[in-house]
Structure formats: C-alpha cells, structure tokens
Design a protein. Structure first.
Length: 374
C-alpha cells in the first residue's frame, strides 16, 4: 500500500546523482539533467507530471513485505514520489507495483491527471524486467509501444566514467580503421569514446557512421544497439570475479545452528540445482556475446562492415535476452556479496541461507523439463 513516508530502510539522498543503473531509475535526476530539453519534456515516461520526478527501484522484499502480495515474490518494483525533487533525503511516499490494493494507492499518488491506464501499463511493463539498466529498459518499453524520449535511458555518470576505459580498449581497432584518413583523430580515442557513449548525436562520429555504412535514419538505432552490447560486456567484465566467488563459496557456506538430516539434504539439492541453473545462464550470456564478438571481428579484421551493421539492426531479440541474463547474474553476484561480505564469516542460519538460495533459483526460472512437466 502507499506509505505516508518512505524513510524506513534507506535514505534517498545517496541516489540524488544516480540516473539509471540495474536497480535504480531516477526520473528526478533525469528531469534536472534535461531541463530545457523539449524532446525529454514532450515524450515523458508518464502522463502524470507528478510521476516524472519519481524514483523507481528494483527492491528485494523483506519477509513482512512479501505478505502484501498474492503470489510469492522475492523482488518487486517500488515507486517513490519524493516530497522534494531537489532533496531526496527528505523522503517520499511509495507503493509496490502489484501489491494488494496498489492501484488505489497509485491513483492517489499520481493525483488528478488523464490516462490512468497508460501510466499503470508503463509500471507493469517495468515490473516485467529483472533489471532497470537503461539499454534493456529502453528496448523493452519501445517494444511495448511506449513513446518515451531516449534521454530517459542514459547511463549514470559514475558508471559512464568507469565504462569509458573498457570501451576504449574494445574499440581501439575500429577507431583506427574509421579515422585512418582523418588528421589528428586517431590519437584521441578518449574523446571519441566520450562522443560514442553520449546520449546525443555527435558530428565527431561521422567517419564511424560511414565505416559502418549506416544510413542516417538507422544511425541512432545502430549506435544505440552497439552501445548496449558494449555496456553488457563491461557489466559482465566487472561481475566475473564476484560470480566465480559465488560458485566457490556456494559449496563452502556453513550453516549456523542445528539442522536436521532432511533439511540438510534439501539444502544440498537446492545448491546443486542452483549451480546448474547458474552455469546454464552464464553459458547463454556468453553465447550471445560470442555472436557479437564474431561479427565485430569480421568488421575490424576483415573489413566486413555489412555483417556488423546488419547484426546491430537485427539484434533486438538477442539484445533483450542478453539484458535479461545480465540482470539475473548481476543480481546473484551482488546480493551474494551483500549477504556474505568479504572478511566476514561465510555462514548463515539455515532459514536465511534457504531463503537466499530460493530467491536465486526463482529468479533463474524453471528448468525446461520442469516447465514441460508443469
């Protein structure tokens, strides 16, 4: 249900400079960043203006929060309307999408505005995703038919800064190929990477457009798709170490307190199922990235721009699948480290451990043969 104040679990002040991450969509920050941008204002996320200063979170439900839902859920989409957009630390009112009675609470939060059904549909579409990362969210909303300005899908400034070095190394060969006849450009990879990752079209990328043989009407879509694959490669590159730790520590985590034989056997079976599902998910993600790497290699090694261009323009299905898989492994890697910080005992009581592992298993979905049996 809607809450009168949302200060219970964490201060919102830490989110003030965050625009979009896998767990946060900060429309308040995006609104401030795009002040005066008519495209941003004319194609907002929501019809109700009150909602376009909201903060949307992918939130892991606590035990008492789960009781508010009619079906078992471990994560939910949380909409927070700040009391003051310029100072999120003052808190706000909130509602979970799909909790019992949420539509009445949501109607009260949004105030007097037309097209209630459209704003509900936007939130329900967001709730379908495992992650709020900007590339996955943009493609999903577009496929659902919502006309939302691309300026709502920017990478957050801290993530952008960390990503630039990785992207520079990834595309150095292509920069050399595209700018070999352009005086002075080949030595300025940093500026070109900044231009590529910017949300706005940049004239400095014109030689790149010509190299990729992208017509101007396809240019934005092609560049966006390319940024998406680079983004997911970067995210996964930062996650591998933590993910390997999950595999390793899963077999070594110790149960605190008594545990009966039946529960111990159930716990081991759960660990084995989870390990197998995680391995399949990682393999699926790697297969998608392998296809991208192959066509990118054809471009940079063999000069086959057409194959790479066609891949970018025909990749929405793979794009969504890659984003979905990336969100799942990100959730597992980061939440495991949150539950079991480095330097602390690798131990938990049986209920806490079962709860965490069941959360992971549910997020990864049913096995193929389980789905068929159902």
């Amino acid at each position: 249900m809607g809450k009168g104040s949302d200060r219970t679990f964490r201060s919102l002040r830490g989110l003030e400079k965050t625009a979009s991450t896998s767990r946060v969509l900060n429309l308040a920050a995006l609104s401030a960043r795009n002040a005066g941008n008519l495209e941003h204002e004319n194609s907002p996320f929501f019809v109700a203006s009150s909602l376009n200063g909201a903060v949307i979170l992918r939130h892991r439900l606590r035990d008492q929060e789960r009781e508010s839902f009619d079906r078992i859920r471990y994560t939910a989409t949380k909409l927070i309307i700040p009391f003051e957009r310029s100072d999120l630390g003052l808190g706000g009112r909130s509602v979970f999408v799909s909790e019992r009675g949420w539509l009445d609470a949501f109607e009260e939060l949004r105030g007097e505005a037309p097209d209630f059904a459209r704003d509900v549909a936007v939130l329900e579409a967001i709730d379908e995703l495992p992650s709020l990362d900007p590339f996955l969210l943009r493609e999903h909303m577009k496929r659902r038919g919502f006309d939302i300005s691309p300026s709502h899908f920017e990478i957050s400034a801290p993530d952008l800064a960390r990503m630039q070095r990785f992207v520079g190394a990834e595309i150095a060969k292509l920069i050399e190929l595209a700018y070999r006849d352009t005086e002075g450009q080949e030595g300025n990879i940093t500026r070109l990477v900044e231009a590529l990752l910017s949300a706005r079209t940049d004239d400095r990328l014109e030689p790149l457009r010509l190299t990729l043989r992208l017509e101007k009407e396809n240019y934005k879509e092609g560049i966006f798709a390319w940024k998406g694959f680079l983004y997911y490669k970067w995210v996964l590159n930062t996650l591998w170490a933590n993910l390997r730790d999950v595999f390793s520590e899963l077999g070594r985590v110790r149960v605190i307190g008594p545990i009966d034989t039946e529960t111990a056997a159930e716990l081991e079976a759960l660990k084995n199922r989870l390990r197998q599902k995680m391995e399949r998910q990682v393999k699926s993600v790697m297969n998608h990235l392998g296809v991208y790497d192959e066509v990118f290699s054809q471009l940079t090694v063999n000069g086959n721009a057409l194959a790479f261009r066609d891949f970018l323009l025909k990749s929405p299905e793979m794009f969504l699948s890659l984003g979905d898989g990336c969100g799942l492994v990100s959730h597992i890697a980061t939440y495991w480290r949150y539950q079991f910080p480095r330097g602390k005992p690798l131990a938990a009581n049986v209920m806490q451990l079962m709860d965490t592992l069941q959360d992971f298993e549910v997020s990864l979905g049913a096995d193929t043969h389980e789905s068929q049996a159902a």
